[in-house]
Design a protein around this ligand. Structure first.
Ligand code: GTP
Length: 229
């Protein structure tokens, strides 16, 4: 089955734990040292599924938009300082009618990637409401990152980069603009989250704290001179 067909099947499934998905879950046996749950949040159509597919498979799901129904997940193992870190990434439905389903998953997540679409002012304005929900339902020490997606669509941009930066600063969370289409910053976003979670879980008392903001800025600088991540 092609990736596109698999995704269509999943998106059309009536609930997030269909037999198909449970079977796929049981077949995942990649070796890992440590595992974390990461959730993707944000309005419908901001690109959560596409960002996840870009990270997992390095592909872009163009074509007709099919909204996620309920919740789905994918696993990816990444190397962080010689440890195999498994990210179990939950892709939530952005549509209002699925909120009660997704709320139940917040408390298990160690990190949340909160997305808006740089071509949709409403998706950006709704970020404050998403943060309120996060504070209500998620763990107190959850790692949050703000992503302005669809950075490739420069001609239709309505949210300035500085506005995203300002909002992220106000809430003290890291921020970057991404594109599921070109791949820019997608891997960096997940790797920064994986590093932060790994450091939190394994840090010794005498070790310096991992600085996620500094890491992101250093990597962005590297990629601007040597090609994107
Ligand atoms: N140009 C461009 N289009 C994108 C990008 N990311 C997603 N899209 C398009 O935006 C639409 C919505 O993408 P999805 O990933 O399905 O959105 P979602 O946030 O998962 O939506 P829900 O499942 O309803 O929550 C699709 O038509 C994608 O092809 C991007 O980075 N650039």
């Amino acid at each position: 089955m092609s990736e596109r067909n698999t995704l269509l099947l999943e998106k059309q499934a009536k609930n997030g734990t269909s037999k198909y998905m449970l079977e796929r879950c049981a077949s995942v046996n990649d070796y890992y040292d440590i595992a974390f749950k990461v959730m993707l949040l944000g309005d419908s159509s901001v690109g959560k599924t596409c960002v996840l597919v870009r990270f997992k498979d390095g592909a872009f799901l163009g074509g007709n938009f099919i909204a996620t129904v309920g919740i789905d997940f994918r696993n990816k193992v990444v190397d962080v300082d010689n440890l195999k870190v498994k990210l179990q990434i939950w892709d939530t439905a952005g549509q209002e009618r699925f909120r009660s389903v997704t709320h139940a998953y917040y408390r298990d997540a160690q990190a949340l990637l909160l997305l808006y679409d740089i071509t949709s002012k409403m998706s950006f304005d709704n970020i404050r409401a998403w943060l309120t929900e996060i504070h209500e339902y998620a763990q107190k020490d959850v790692v949050i990152m703000l992503l302005g997606n669809k950075a490739d669509v420069a001609a239709e941009r309505v949210v300035k980069t500085e506005d995203g930066e300002r909002l992220a600063k106000e809430y003290g969370v890291p921020f970057m603009e991404t594109s599921a289409k070109t791949g820019v910053n997608v891997e960096l976003a997940f790797l920064a989250i994986a590093k932060e979670l790994k450091h939190r879980a394994t840090q010794q008392q005498n070790e310096p704290k991992f600085q996620i903001h500094d890491y992101i800025e250093a990597q962005k600088h590297k990629s601007s001179c040597c090609g994107h991540m």
